[in-house]
Write a protein that binds this ligand. Structure first.
Ligand code: NAD
Length: 477
């Protein structure tokens, strides 16, 4: 690891620049709260500069050919491979990723970029029959202009690669506000994009406190699309701002994803997948399964086996490939997790595994006896905590799974194909996995949720549609 403390700048208009007034903030390593780097503390003025740079780069960038954009994006992927070490180290030391999660994220990020390159030749309209004789009628798909990309701390490389490169693939320019917990990662990505030939101004990164400068970005009349991933409360705020300006947007927000386990499932196969559904990156995943509904005949056995598995999840050195449990990102998040567990225990829940802390890491925690009056029952914890509830039938499981304001991912484990497909059709979630964990994402799938989990979908096809506009063109022959 590089021990020199970095002092980062914004990346605006192809140049590295300090924040207006020179302010910085501390970028903290969550493992031990040590200083990882300093980042430029952006102002409204910095944000306006970045938006202006993206706006002025747009007319030329939109004229770039599919070949040019495809080459740039594929070059980004190559350079990411050259910089794998830097990116993986950053994921470990800036946000506390265990190396296995960092490598998973790096490889997923590569697929995001390569899949985006595939969009460039597929930005298509269609010919349309016309009632007017002698008229040739068609739809043409055009880029929108400046896209605001706002990303969370937990999967910063997956979200940055997917959303930035999908936006560039269709000819938009980008202003990126990364999480204040993960500014450095985006700046490595900015270096890579510049080296790959992305023109000055086409990709800009402004770091800082989202609460201070986010509105300057999402409320700007010069921003043509907003894609936000983060908490539901901030997403709601952004939705209201976008509504005022009629700025189209996608919002990928929080979750309380359910998993139903029916009595006919093979527990030997199910248990490792159940553990993966929750504890990857210590439950700091929007699609983590925080509610398990288990049919009563196997309930006790499920709880017993789950407790045994989670007790063995590695909590060692983050660079040890067997380590699974990550530190929790911030004092605020640690306090939130502690309060959810304490509230549940005070109101009668049982901690059947975990519940204790080792430094900034919370042991993987299983709760039983959770009831409606406990915060953990309905609210996103965003930590290594899940609740296990007994159910008397599949129908009860379906009803309880759908009894949530959220609707992101969902899963069912069963060998009954009728019940499995019934669940797929009737889950209120935007994503459903049969005999697989709720944590699953690929570059080209429609990723997203309903209700408090968000609006719209991400992925190559979904972003291609969301980040372009159709124009109707006729030719009178
Ligand atoms: P967060 O909402 O605190 O921050 C997300 C981003 O929003 C950051 O970049 C932050 O700087 C920015 N921000 C804050 N205030 C803003 C404002 N007023 N205007 C514009 N931007 C603003 O979320 P987080 O703690 O980084 O991430 C955790 C949350 O993200 C969880 O709720 C999780 O479920 C969700 N998440 C969702 C998905 C998904 O795809 N649905 C994926 C990952 C994380």
């Amino acid at each position: 690891m590089d021990t020199e403390i970095k002092i980062n700048q914004h990346f605006i208009g192809g140049e590295w620049v300090d924040a207006e007034g020179g302010a910085t903030f501390e970028d903290i390593n969550p493992l031990d709260d040590s200083l990882y780097a300093y980042a430029a503390r952006g102002t409204g003025g910095d944000m306006r500069r970045a938006i202006a740079a993206a706006k002025s780069a747009f007319p030329e960038f939109r004229e770039s050919t599919p070949t040019e954009r495809e080459r740039m994006l594929l070059r980004i992927a190559e350079l990411m491979e050259d910089r794998q070490r830097d990116l993986v180290d950053c994921l470990i030391d800036e946000i506390g990723s265990p190396v296995q999660k960092a490598l998973f994220e790096f490889n997923k990020g590569l697929t995001m970029v390569r899949a985006a390159a595939g969009i460039c030749r597929n930005v298509r309209g269609e010919t349309i029959p016309s009632d007017r004789p002698g008229t040739f009628s068609m739809s043409v798909r055009e880029p929108l202009g400046v896209v605001a990309v706002i990303t969370p701390f937990n999967v910063p490389l997956i979200k940055t690669t997917r959303l930035v490169t999908n936006a560039l693939a269709v000819g938009n320019t980008v202003v990126h506000l990364p999480s204040e917990m993960a500014p450095h990662l985006s700046l490595i990505f900015a270096e890579i994009t510049a080296a790959a030939g992305v023109p000055a101004g086409a990709y800009n990164v402004v770091t800082g406190m989202g609460a201070d400068i986010g509105d300057e970005l999402t409320g700007s009349r010069d921003v043509d699309f907003v894609t936000f991933t983060g908490s539901t409360v901030v997403g709601q705020h952004i939705n209201e701002i976008c509504a005022k300006n009629k700025t189209p947007n996608t919002l990928e927000l929080g979750g309380k994803s359910p998993t139903i386990v029916l009595a006919d499932t093979d527990l030997a196969k199910t248990m490792p997948l159940a553990a993966r559904s929750v504890f990857m990156f210590a439950g700091q995943a929007c699609i983590a399964s925080s509610r398990f509904y288990v049919e009563r005949p196997i309930y006790d056995e499920f709880v017993k086996r789950f407790s045994m598995i989670v007790g063995k999840l590695g909590m060692g050195d983050l660079r040890d490939p067997s380590t699974v449990i990550a530190p929790v990102i911030s004092p605020r998040q640690r306090a939130r997790i502690k309060s959810h567990i304490a509230d549940a225990v005070a109101k009668g829940a049982t901690v059947v595994a975990g519940g204790e802390w080792e430094g900034n890491r919370c042991q993987p925690t299983l709760l039983t006896g959770v009831s409606e009056n406990m915060t953990v029952c309905r609210t996103e914890t965003f930590g290594p905590v899940t609740s296990i509830y007994p159910i008397d039938s599949y129908e009860e499981g379906l009803e309880k799974a759908n009894d949530s304001e959220y609707g992101l991912s969902s899963a069912i484990f069963t060998n009954d194909i009728d019940k499995a497909f019934h669940f797929a059709r009737n889950t209120g979630a935007g994503m459903c996995h049969i005999n697989g964990p709720t944590i699953h994402d690929e570059a080209h799938i429609p990723f997203g949720g309903n209700g408090e989990s968000g609006v719209g979908r991400e992925g190559t096809d979904a972003d291609m549609e969301a980040m372009t506009k159709l124009k109707w063109v006729t030719v009178q022959l």
